[in-house]
Ligand binder design. Structure first.
Ligand code: ADP
Length: 393
């Protein structure tokens, strides 16, 4: 009988899952993936095989609570697994605070610590923890592992994680944490396999999805990130503004009389590419649009990547390679080309044909700083961590 690992990525309105099966050689193979979406309204469930072929679908006409939906998911998984035994559930948990620099098996004490971090990530952490709680209720004996988006960045020194704020705020954990850590950890690992000499150098990874950030990595270790205390800082994203003068928030409070809740909605859901363009948060739509505001949103995205690249290269004391990953980074040859053109001063130069192929090295032979496209796989990272954590108990 082989081992199954369930990976859960729970958000406010959807729960994504991936199911992996352990192979004899120790590797993990994706067996199915899918999601429950429309939570809180009229949820639906769908599961697909590793090749994208549909395996199951279900639609509820009314609101169903999260525990019941997870119950349905677990039931489907038990049947789908056949003679594979479910060994653990690994969760993506956005915040591990200052305490957790590695994945943790969740017990009561760990769960309580993670609850304390809800104010630091109010839009994500409660949903991550609700999924852990629901699985504990449904399957009390199933080991659960929390894998943190912040953990990979716990290697940052005091300067990289600091803010120039009064000491009492720093002491209670108001600092830069950095996110997308599971993606960066996966990319650092893949780069070691693909090009070990590059992985030993100074690398900036651009995770460009609907959430976007950049990370400076020296010899496989994260030294700085564009994201800060929350996942709002750094690059503009689908609906978040990225770097912003805090004076703008004061202006909204004092001059526009907006409430904290309204500002939260403006910053998390109405800004970024959607805010500038007024059209869409989807990069594909903006790139096809003739509207000048759509062009401006794309140009601002590229411009801010260039600014962050300079800043992270400074944090690294130079730059040997840039890696593109996630939805936009993996699929948009045009955005990659624009970023590389703009960063020619850092020694980057494009191999047009390789960029259109879109995988592996995409810089020309004469570039002193190489450029790469490496698809990320946060779910596989979580499954791998979960197996490792189980092996230690
Ligand atoms: P998430 O953060 O939700 O995991 P993804 O990594 O899937 O996001 O990235 C989603 C983003 O990738 C969207 O903005 C989408 O428009 C963009 N994207 C996907 N395919 C392309 C493409 N071919 N060209 C440009 N952007 C793309």
């Amino acid at each position: 009988m082989s081992d199954g690992i369930l990976v859960i990525n729970a958000g406010s309105s959807s729960i994504k899952f991936s199911l992996y099966v352990g192979k004899k050689d120790g590797s993990l193979q994706l067996s199915s993936k899918g999601l429950v979406e429309g939570i809180g309204v009229a949820p639906s469930f769908q599961a697909k095989g590793p090749d994208g072929s549909p395996l199951a679908e279900k639609q509820w006409g009314k609101e169903v609570d999260r525990t019941a939906l997870l119950g349905h998911l677990l039931e489907w998984i038990e049947v789908h697994l056949g003679d594979v035994e479910l060994k653990a559930a690994g969760h993506r948990v956005v915040h591990g605070g200052r305490l957790y620099s590695a994945p943790m098996r969740v017990d009561d004490a760990v769960f309580k610590e993670l609850q304390k971090l809800i104010p630091l990530a109010p839009l994500h952490q409660p949903h991550n923890l609700a999924a852990i709680e629901a699985i504990t209720k449904l399957h009390p004996k199933l080991p659960q592992v929390a894998c943190f988006d912040t953990a990979f960045h716990r290697s940052h020194d005091k300067l990289a994680s600091g803010f120039a704020l009064p000491r009492f705020l720093l002491d209670e954990g108001v600092q830069r944490y950095g996110f997308h850590g599971l993606s960066y950890e996966y990319i650092a690992k893949r780069l070691r396999q693909l090009a070990p000499e590059v992985a030993r150098g100074r690398v900036v990874v651009c995770h460009l999805g609907s959430g976007a950030s950049m990370c400076a990595i020296a010899n496989g270790v994260s030294v700085a990130s564009s994201m800060g205390f929350t996942a709002l800082d750094g690059l503009p994203m689908g609906t978040r503004p990225g770097q912003l003068d805090p004076g703008v928030v004061l202006y909204l409070l004092q001059e526009k009389n907006m409430t904290a809740k309204e500002i939260e909605t403006l910053l998390y859901q109405k800004s970024g590419l959607l805010g500038i363009s007024g059209i869409s948060n989807d990069m594909r739509v903006l790139m096809e649009s003739q509207d000048p505001h759509a062009r401006e949103a794309v140009d601002y995205f590229v411009y801010r990547i260039g600014r962050e690249l300079g800043s992270l290269a400074a944090a690294l004391g130079g730059l040997d390679a840039v890696v593109f990953t996630a939805g936009i980074g993996e699929r948009s040859a045009e955005i990659r080309a624009a970023v590389i053109r703009q960063a020619a001063w850092l020694g980057l130069a494009l191999d047009e044909a390789a960029n259109h192929t879109g995988e592996g090295r995409i810089s020309s032979a004469e570039a002193s700083c190489s450029a790469w496209v490496i698809p990320t796989d946060e779910e596989l990272m979580i499954a791998t961590h979960s197996l490792e954590v189980l092996g230690k108990v």
